[in-house]
Design a binder for this molecule. Structure first.
Ligand code: URA
Length: 284
């Protein structure tokens, strides 16, 4: 069992604070062990306590919609909470409960090594922000060490008040902006598409691109590496982009096919014009 799995087992058996007495199931969290983005909520509610899984109730459904708005699914991100057991009647977690549970979250962060942590609500926001209210800082990222923290309102708030819903929907879009490669890819695609209609734009790409069809092809392959790589193909030119995207959906803007290995590049190596490495990946 992985270290993260062992930690989850430890959490399921934890009796360190009073919340363990009232729980049905502890909720360690779930998602890929090498997720680039972690979402950290407050604590399990009724449904989470019953199922032992985070964000499976109404707030979870909204979270899923938010993820879909940036082409992500639950399976792309790690989702957890600051306290792993349900506070009675969904009351706020108390300071001693937060501090007793905190080492579990710290260990999860250390093992997953996410690039970004999206904090949901005012409790998890305290991972990176102190002395400010969530109304002041929501949607404003802050880098602490190697991790970008993005505080947003809790999805449950949106279920009660429309103005929170609009703010959350706006704030979540910022996740895309922090992936420099996401921008590079969309700019490239925009330029190449324009070049099909405007020959002077072709010279921007070294004059090698003729009018033709632009294809964006995400490649799979060797674990993390394959999960991030894209081929941008325009007629006879291939550009490999280490895109820094989660494995995109087939129906994402402009995607023609998703190929689950690297043969596409290997078979067309002579057409390769450039390799853009847009971010540093951590080794597996
Ligand atoms: N609210 C949270 O903060 N966490 C959950 O897991 C569910 C609802």
């Amino acid at each position: 069992m992985s270290q993260l799995g062992q930690l989850a087992e430890q959490i399921r058996g934890c009796t360190l604070c009073r919340l363990s007495k009232g729980r049905t199931l502890a909720v360690p969290g779930e998602g890929p062990e090498n997720a680039r983005i972690m979402f950290v909520g407050e604590g399990p509610g009724f449904h989470e306590d019953q199922q032992g899984r985070p964000f499976v109730g109404a707030a979870g459904q909204f979270l899923q919609q938010l993820l879909a708005s940036i082409n992500l699914t639950r399976q792309d991100v790690y989702i957890t909470n600051v306290v792993k057991c349900r506070p009675p009647n969904n009351r706020d977690p108390q300071p001693d409960e937060l501090s007793t549970c905190r080492p579990y979250l710290d260990q999860q962060i250390a093992l997953i090594q996410p690039q970004m942590i999206v904090t949901l609500g005012r409790f998890s926001m305290q991972l990176a922000f102190t002395g400010v209210s969530i109304s002041q800082v929501h949607g404003i990222p802050k880098k602490v060490g190697d991790i970008v923290y993005l505080p947003i309102f809790h999805p449950a708030a949106a279920l009660h008040q429309v103005r929170f819903k609009a703010a959350i929907e706006q704030d979540i879009l910022k996740i895309r902006g922090f992936w420099p490669s996401y921008r590079v890819l969309s700019q490239l695609s925009h330029r190449m598409t324009k070049s099909a209609h405007n020959s002077s734009a072709c010279s921007n790409l070294g004059g090698r691109v003729s009018k033709g069809k632009l294809r964006i092809i995400p490649l799979g392959g060797l674990g993390e590496i394959g999960r991030n790589m894209m081929v941008v193909e325009y007629d006879d030119s291939l550009i490999v982009v280490d895109a820094g995207l989660m494995f995109p959906n087939n129906d994402m803007l402009g995607i023609d096919i998703v190929i689950p290995d690297l043969t596409y590049i290997l078979q067309r190596a002579e057409r390769l014009q450039a390799v853009l490495i847009t971010h540093v990946m951590r080794t597996m």
